[in-house]
Design a protein. Structure first.
Length: 386
């Protein structure tokens, strides 16, 4: 298939990737320097740039080539600019791009500034072309802490500016096409007791002691729920069930004080066809039966919804054809697609890089797969836009 605009040397993707990873966009920091860089590359005739403030020096960038005519035709390329902290254990500096043995190493090279750099350049290349349907780039903030940027975009994007329905979330999937992922609930359980002196067990009420029963029961539930199956379970391979995890516990102030409060943080990943409220209430009922007269509360702190795109959607069919994939695939990590689908978008997750090396020291993007990812995205743009 012949492209209708000139191709760019992939070395320019790598050069832009080097610039992006050098900007520390840990989720606790502003992403505006990275948005500035993207805008510098995209500031040219034919590209409309929309910078949407979110909070705390954070922005979402939407870049549009072509007219949003309300038809929903065209293609969206979507990625996030924030990263998890670099941490320790790197062979080379985490915020410098180093190529070793055909791999591009840096924090964010895989998750997911590699795709971001490629997508920015693809949109820049398309700017001078006469597209039949629009090409849109979305770069979000705070994906790593709950998809806050994508959620803000879904809540505030003007209804009269309908985006293309077909949306590629370029998270690292080793170029496998994903049409569904689990949702993630962050739940906090608090038990209240009363202070006293630990030398006198008749004074006060220990809040940690009943939490021991809770932890034991949650581990039992975890095992039980690993046996649960739904109609979409087969798409999730070795992880076909909901997953319950204990992720944090906190309580007590001093050796000689009876703890008056204990807090337990719980994660629950649900399949796309499982109802959030139903499962939260199921867990709540378990705690109510277990804790009896204790003073306690349970709160849903944050929810990243699941994502589910119809298997017969045009984008899913086209992406699977280009990838040579004949099976449906789901993953257990969340993406911005969970929120972008609320804009009526059909989202698939597919991109170069392996999620298994994301968030790890010496994170990397394979050069060969990076090149294959570019060819894949070029083909999708040709099919949906040109």
């Amino acid at each position: 298939m012949i492209r209708s605009w000139p191709t760019m040397d992939m070395n320019q993707d790598i050069q832009l990737l080097a610039e992006l990873v050098s900007i520390d966009t840990t989720s606790s920091l502003s992403n505006r320097p990275a948005v500035d860089l993207a805008c510098q590359r995209l500031d040219r005739p034919g590209v409309e740039l929309v910078r949407m403030p979110v909070h705390d020096d954070k922005e979402v960038l939407v870049a549009i080539v072509g007219a949003l005519d309300g038809s929903g035709q065209g293609l969206v390329l979507a990625g996030h600019l924030d990263c998890v902290p670099a941490g320790e254990g790197w062979t080379t500096e985490a915020l410098e791009l180093h190529e070793r043995d055909g791999r591009l190493h840096a924090r964010g090279s895989c998750d997911m500034k590699g795709f971001d750099a490629m997508a920015i350049n693809l949109v820049a290349e398309a700017a001078g072309s006469d597209l039949a349907h629009p090409l849109v780039l979305i770069l979000t903030c705070d994906e790593e802490v709950g998809g806050l940027g994508a959620r803000a975009l879904a809540d505030s994007w003007p209804a009269d500016r309908r985006l293309p329905v077909a949306t590629v979330i370029g998270e690292p999937t080793s170029m496998q096409v994903v049409r569904m992922h689990k949702g993630f609930l962050k739940i906090r359980l608090v038990i209240e007791g009363e202070n006293g002196h630990t030398g006198n067990p008749t004074i006060g009420h220990n809040a940690i002691t009943p939490m021991g029963r809770v932890i034991t029961r949650l581990q039992e539930l975890r095992t039980e729920w690993l046996q649960v199956r739904t109609p979409v379970s087969d798409a999730f391979g070795d992880l076909p069930s909901p997953v319950l995890s204990i992720v944090g516990v906190e309580g007590g102030e001093a050796w000689n004080m009876t703890p008056d409060r204990c807090q337990l943080d719980i994660g629950l990943r649900l399949l796309p066809d499982q109802d959030t409220e139903e499962w939260f209430q199921r867990l709540h009922s378990e705690m109510k039966s277990l804790l009896g007269e204790e003073r306690w509360s349970m709160e849903l702190l944050n929810e990243t919804p699941s994502m589910l795109t119809p298997g017969d959607s045009r984008l899913h069919q086209a992406a699977c054809r280009l990838a040579g994939q004949d099976h449906e695939l789901g993953v257990s990590f969340g993406t911005d697609g969970a929120w972008l689908q609320r804009l009526g978008l059909d989202c698939v997750v597919v991109g170069p890089g392996d999620i298994a090396v994301a968030h790890q020291p010496d994170e990397y993007m394979p050069v060969d797969e990076y090149a294959a990812g570019r060819r894949f995205m070029e083909s999708l743009i040709e099919e949906f836009c040109a």
